[in-house]
Design a binder for this molecule. Structure first.
Ligand code: IPM
Ligand code: MN
Length: 372
């Protein structure tokens, strides 16, 4: 099959990790006879440098014409340390989400058996964790009215949600739960926030249409604690934009590294796939960044395009790379010299030769491999 893929590498390590994801996609194209046509476009700090705009019109056009978007990372320290900057890289991503209507962000979190000891959390607590976070992505405080008083001494950010915005993401969360362990936890702050009370009311109403799914509620402060105390209690977590942003970074500790967490941002007409990590500017160009979140995002993209078997093959490749310690230093407990490139090469090679021997793959560490 033919697909048009928009690639938005963005800032920092974004270009390096999306290059590895592309390698995996090319291997899939070869093995399964697909054709992926890639169109690269600018976003973020690099887009500001080149065009003055974090989301140039041309980028939006390329995304709208694509079947799916692979996104790298966004952000640059020169803006983080300058709160008065009017134009910011992150605006590129936020506008893109809004413009394309990507209202639902799905973030799977699992404890990989081979990485369990990498997490600072105890083995018996995290083992077997399998959570899918459904984060609302185009509403709430991220997109409310922002104000700064003339004297610069008072600021506010408005948080607004409509029933319609809540329903569309909640439907997807309920449906996902039906195919999983049939349990949705709505994370909110309904003891304080009016918007959270609207979430509870709306989602409670909707639950009647999903009688096979158990719905529970948790205040976000408690949820933050429960995620670390007993993450296995969660199946699907449904939550609003800001809470989802925060608890998904927290949840990444369960998986051993934020460098592993992939995500899908879906709307009615478009879908974008990106790691949940940031641009990690300290690692830029050093060939040490973990490409697995980007590669797993590519797998989520394949699944979205209906290519289940292809996605599964990439995921198996990732599992194998972890088992064989073909992974970057952030998660590697045995070798500290496995580069971003090598991980990408390994996954691509696995897609082509999934039944090759472990021995052959292990030689990669010694630079004796004949496959890369
Ligand atoms: C994320 C990121 C973004 C967000 C930033 C870069 C705007 O942290 O995707 O989680 O806050 O949504
Ligand atoms: Mn985030």
């Amino acid at each position: 099959m033919n697909f048009n893929i928009a690639i938005l590498p963005g800032d920092g390590i974004g270009p390096e990790v999306t290059t590895q994801a592309k390698k995996a996609l090319e291997a899939v194209a070869d093995v399964f006879n697909h054709k992926f046509t890639y169109n690269e476009a600018l976003v973020g700090a690099i887009a500001i440098d080149k065009t003055g705009n974090p989301l140039p019109e041309e980028t939006i056009d390329i995304c709208e014409e694509s079947d799916a978007i692979l996104f790298g990372a966004i952000g640059d320290p020169k803006y983080d340390n300058d709160p008065s900057a009017k134009v910011r890289p992150e605006q590129g991503l936020l506008r893109l989400r809004k413009q394309l209507g990507l209202f639902c962000n799905i973030r799977p979190v699992q404890a990989y058996e081979s990485l369990i000891d990498k997490s600072p959390l105890k083995r018996h607590i995290i083992r077997g964790t399998d959570i899918s976070i459904y984060r609302e992505l185009t509403g709430g405080i991220y997109f409310g009215e922002k104000k700064l008083s003339k004297d610069g001494k008072i600021a506010s950010d408005g948080c607004t949600y409509s029933v319609e915005e809540i329903e569309r993401v909640a439907h997807l969360a309920f449906k996902a739960a039906q195919n999983r362990r049939k349990h949705v936890t709505l994370v909110d702050k309904a003891n304080v926030l009016e918007t959270s009370r609207l979430w509870r009311k709306t989602v409670t109403e909707m639950a009647k249409d999903y009688p096979d799914v158990k719905l529970e509620f948790l205040f976000v402060d408690n949820a933050a604690m429960q995620l670390i105390l007993n993450p296995k209690q969660f199946d699907v977590i449904l939550t609003e934009n800001l809470f989802g942003d925060i608890i998904s970074d927290e949840a990444s500790v369960i998986g051993g590294s934020i460098g592993l967490l992939a995500s899908a941002s879906v709307g009615n007409d478009n879908a974008l796939f990106e790691p949940i990590h940031g641009s990690y500017p300290q690692a830029k160009g050093k060939n040490i960044a973990n490409p697995l979140a980007s590669i797993l995002s590519a797998a989520m993209m394949l699944e979205h395009l209906g290519l289940e078997e292809e996605a599964e093959l990439i995921r198996r490749g990732v599992d194998k790379s972890l088992k064989l310690y073909i992974s970057t230093p952030d998660i590697n407990t045995k070798f500290d010299n496995v580069t971003t490139d090598k991980v990408g090469d390994f996954i691509a090679d696995f897609v082509v030769n999934p039944n090759d021997t472990n021995l052959n793959f292990q030689n990669i560490h010694l630079g004796q491999s004949t496959i890369i």
